[in-house]
Each structure stands twice: as C-alpha cells, then as structure tokens.
Design a protein around this ligand. Structure first.
Ligand SMILES: *[C@@H]1O[C@H](CO)[C@@H](O)[C@H](O)[C@H]1NC(C)=O
Ligand SMILES: *[C@@H]1O[C@H](CO)[C@@H](O)[C@H](O)[C@H]1NC(C)=O
Length: 366
C-alpha cells in the first residue's frame, strides 16, 4: 500500500555509514554498517536489522560471502524472501491471521494466503531501526539496533521496545542478542533471524546446499497442514525423513518432504530443540565438504525452523548471482509457529514489564 512513497523516501536518505557511526547513532537513516575482525566481516543494515553479508575464509584461505542478499537497500525494501532479516513481532505463521489473548480477539494482516507470516505486511524486517551503538572494529565489533513497535502495529496488542545486537568475537564467532519488553499490554513476541546460508558462497552454483550435511539436535518436530500451519502435535523424528540427528546430506531426503505447495519439496519445518528451553544449547551443525566451511549454531529457544530455500525461484542477488531452489538454508531459532493458537506449545506471551530474550551464537570454522 504505502510501498511506493516509502521506497522513494528511502532512496533520498540512504547513507554510507563509513566511519560515521556516532554521527549516525540515534538517527533514522538507512545505512550499511560493517563489523570486522581480521578476515572475518559481517555487514548489517538498520533496514529490517538485516545481515547483508558474512565473509570468511575457506580451508584454502579464499574469502567468500556465505549469506544471501541484495546489492541495494531498495531491493531489500521490495524483496519478499526475508534475506538476512530480523523478523517479528511474531515470526513464522499465525493461522487465519487471528488469535485470542485474555479473552480478546486480535486480527493480524494476512500476508500469506489467509495466514499472517513474519509479522504481517510491514513486520520488523520492513521498518527502519535506530542505531544505538556501533563499533566496527577492535576487540569487540558490535552494533545495537533498536525499534519501538507501537500499540496496534500490524494488529498486535501493546507497545514493545525491541533491541538486537550483532557481535563478533574470536575465532569466527557471530552472536545475536535480542530482547523485547512489553510496555503496557500482554502480547505475543517471537523474533527470528532469517539469514540464508550457503557455506560454499552465496550463489556459488552447482546443487546449492543439497550436498551440505546438517545435524539437528532435535528428537521431535511439529507436523503441519497443507498451508504450513502446525497441527498441534509434537511428534518423534525417529524413522522419518525429518530425522537429522546424525549428520545427513540435505539432498538425501529433501524430495520426500512436502514443501508447502503442490510440486514443491523440501524442509520448512519447526523442530523442538532437545534440552531445556531458556538455556543455551547446541541446535545444529552444518558442513560443506567442498569449501571445508562449517557452522555450529547455539541458541536458547524452544524451536528451530529448518528451511531449505524451497521457494527460491531465480532471485537475482548480490553481484547479479542468481539464487535458485535449495540455493541456501535457514536455521531460524524461535518459539513454535502459531503458538498463539496452540495452548500445548510453549507460550510466546510476554506480560507488561516482562522481557523476552533470545540469544544465538554462530561458530564458524574451515
Ligand atoms: C521487486 O520484486 C519483484 C519480485 O518480487 C521483481 O520482479 C521486481 O523486479 C522487483 N523490483 C525491483 C525494483 O527490484
Ligand atoms: C536489551 O538489550 C539492550 C542492548 O543490549 C540493553 O541495553 C537493554 O538493557 C536490554 N534490556 C533488557 C530488559 O534486558
């Protein structure tokens, strides 16, 4: 709706935030901020608190950017793939874009058929965040972004203050710290970091990530219906193509998994991460035997959405590279999808004064 004026406004205020960290702090301009530690670097934009690139060496010392994305902010504004984005207020799907909380019915924006996806029409991935703090280099490169979500935004109850910090540490560790405070009403909060990873390099061709191996520390998953809404059951992965408890190539069972549309196959699945929710624990290990790169993910959330880029359909990304189906994978730690409509799922409700905390740690090696 307001997409065209917003796009124009952005084009006028896109700034290159090179070294101008403190000058830019607190101002609502869109910039790209680099965090750099030796030959490990991550770029972030305050448009959607988005990770736009992650560069690191492979086993022969060649640098590559392993995160999918676009060259310009305008393409992020227009894009519908959530590349690198911080999604919320409620990540993943809410059935019929509707839920009941404390006896009151709330209607969200239905942007995925009749369901709401990733916060609606203009969720946290489609707004400008405020840069609170930025240190690009040194021992502890980090950026903290802030967003104030108003009462009623996209249909959600109550105002919420949201922070995300991206932080680099040695050796080749990227951590993501998110928090959200409900200011005046109870509200669901479920944030997710939506980077698409290809450890061989974004758009590096071949079979995409089908040859990557994935290990998920999850013994159960939440089956879905034809529109990817959970049925409410939480079932064992044992004996199914969803069982990734031992390292398994992505391609091994990908065509046995319904991908959310007739003729589309692949994982788009919420797993219940083993161990105690709230505690940091190992979620996943991904390896690319070709580049030698590996990524280990730790987090404190009850679930993780494993998505194999089933809907990537020749999206033109950075440097004109084309991203096709299975060109990348996402590991979005999260509360369970549609938890607002399933009382048996871990609650995602934050009460006034309550604080939601979500931590992720990506450990890269090569
Ligand atoms: C916007 O996205 C659509 C696909 O969703 C694409 O066809 C179109 O070229 C994009 N426009 C711009 C200006 O990037
Ligand atoms: C949320 O994170 C920000 C940035 O790190 C921090 O300043 C703030 O104290 C945190 N809020 C809570 C309630 O923990």
């Amino acid at each position: 709706m307001a997409r065209v004026p917003l796009l124009l406004a952005l084009c006028c205020c896109v700034v290159a935030a090179l070294g101008g960290a403190n000058a830019a702090a607190g101002r609502k301009m869109v910039g790209v901020y680099e965090l750099k530690k030796g030959d490990f670097s991550v770029k972030v934009t305050n448009w959607g608190a988005t990770i736009t690139s992650v560069v690191l060496p492979d086993s022969t010392g060649n640098l590559a950017d392993i995160a999918l994305g676009y060259d310009t902010i305008a393409e992020y504004v227009n894009g519908s793939s959530y590349f690198g984005a911080l999604v919320g207020r409620v990540a993943n799907r809410v059935a019929n874009a509707r839920f009941v909380l404390d006896g009151k019915v709330y209607h969200l924006y239905p942007n995925d058929g009749k369901n709401a996806l990733h916060g609606g029409h203009r969720g946290f991935s489609k707004v400008i965040w405020t840069v609170k703090e930025y240190v690009g280099g040194g021992d502890s490169p980090h950026i903290t972004l802030y967003y104030h979500s108003f009462d009623g935004e996209e249909g959600f109850p109550g105002a919420v203050d949201v922070y995300v910090t991206y932080h680099l540490s040695s050796p080749y560790v990227l951590s993501v710290h998110m928090n959200a405070t409900a200011l005046n009403k109870a509200t669901p909060v479920n944030l997710a970091q939506h980077t698409y990873w290809n450890l061989g390099g974004a758009g590096s061709g071949g079979d995409g990530v089908l040859h990557h191996t994935v290990q998920l520390f999850a013994s159960r998953y939440t089956p879905v219906d034809a529109s990817l809404i959970p049925t409410g059951r939480v079932v064992p992965v044992a004996g199914t193509p969803y069982d990734l408890r031992s390292p398994t190539t992505v391609g091994a069972h990908v065509r046995q998994i319904y991908g959310g549309k007739a003729g589309v196959y692949g994982y788009d699945t919420n797993y219940a991460v083993d161990g105690e929710s709230g505690a940091m624990r190992k979620v996943a290990v991904v390896r690319d035997g070709v580049s030698g790169r590996a990524m280990e993910l730790w987090a404190n959330q009850p679930g993780v959405q494993f998505y194999t880029g089933n809907f990537l359909d020749h999206v033109v990304g950075k440097g004109g590279k084309v991203y096709g189906q299975y060109g990348a994978l996402c590991l979005e730690t999260q509360g369970f999808p549609d938890a607002v409509n399933h009382p048996n799922f871990p609650s995602v409700i934050v009460r006034p004064g309550g604080v939601y905390k979500h931590d992720m740690v990506f450990k890269f090696s090569f």
